[in-house]
Design a protein around this ligand. Sequence first.
Ligand SMILES: Nc1nc2c(ncn2[C@@H]2O[C@H](COP(=O)(O)OP(=O)(O)O)[C@@H](O)[C@H]2O)c(=O)[nH]1
Ligand SMILES: [Mg+2]
Length: 320
Amino acid sequence: MSVEASPAARPPLLERLLEGQTVALAKAITAVENDTELAPELLQGIQPRLGRALVVGFTGPPGAGKSTLVNSLIAELRARERGVGVVAVDPSSPLTGGAILGDRIRMTQHTRDPEVFVRSLASRGHLGGLSPTAARVIDVMDAAGKDIVVVETVGAGQSEVEIAEIADVRIVICAPGLGDDVQAIKAGILEIADILVVNKADLPMADRTVSQLKNMLALRAENAPDVPVLATTATKDEGITELVDAIEERGHVASDEERAARALKRVQRLLAEATGQRLRRLIRGVDDGTIDDLCRSIQRGELSIDAAAGRLLGKLDLGE
Ligand SMILES: Nc1nc2c(ncn2[C@@H]2O[C@H](COP(=O)(O)OP(=O)(O)O)[C@@H](O)[C@H]2O)c(=O)[nH]1
Ligand SMILES: [Mg+2]
């Protein structure tokens, strides 16, 4: 590694990021998270280097033990010499930030290891879902050469769908005794899970939860993909080897085409999001009374809302 003579002689952030330097990774994530003037160039520069990391999504209800499980997972992945990035998306208000602090504390045991990088994000305004920033932070970790990027999200409706689009391996975690857990999981999650985990296997009802899940899986179509149901006790590092085995196996099974398709989806999301942002900005810039006129026409019943939207689009200068 070269000795840094002076700040001016330092290679640019993008270069240092692509070399996998930890400080550069931290800076790049901050730039992307805060959308600073460095962000566009970084995000453009990393694009050709993306798609190497295995992105593993962990989703499930609050309190299931996701953070604890991710923490013991990191230890096992390090034992297998994998570089690990963790993105913990927290739905709580960025003002309270309580659970974020909890995640930091829980995962600090690895903070001295340069091959492990943990970042908590607030899911600003995205109810339980992934913030658009999360996808970018995952990409930055991928570009920095992390072998595995673990994304922890709270399972609440939309987020499962979003993580399904972003992750290569999708893990749904539940714990016994969390009320209607299994019922909630029924609603759509089974279709997106590659691996189901019943954590807190040390608790009495764990076996029942495992068999409930297995029964539900058995009701699926005959050609439905094989979904293992694993039991873990994160607080005692139990069942973690099997979980990492299942993740890696699943990672190998995901073909290059599948990964490429998901990488393309990630870019499609970014493009759609950026286009929407531009459009909103353009519409906010229309202040010649056009919008008020259109609204009045809608109110008078002269114009359908859809037709009005078409007219508004026609008024916008949409090029470049
Ligand atoms: N008994 C038991 N408690 C656990 C286990 N894993 C996590 N917990 C506890 O469950 C609580 C919630 O864990 P946390 O990792 O914050 O859950 P998250 O909200 O899903 O990220 C904490 O008090 C953990 O110590 C486990 O395997 N067994
Ligand atoms: Mg957590």
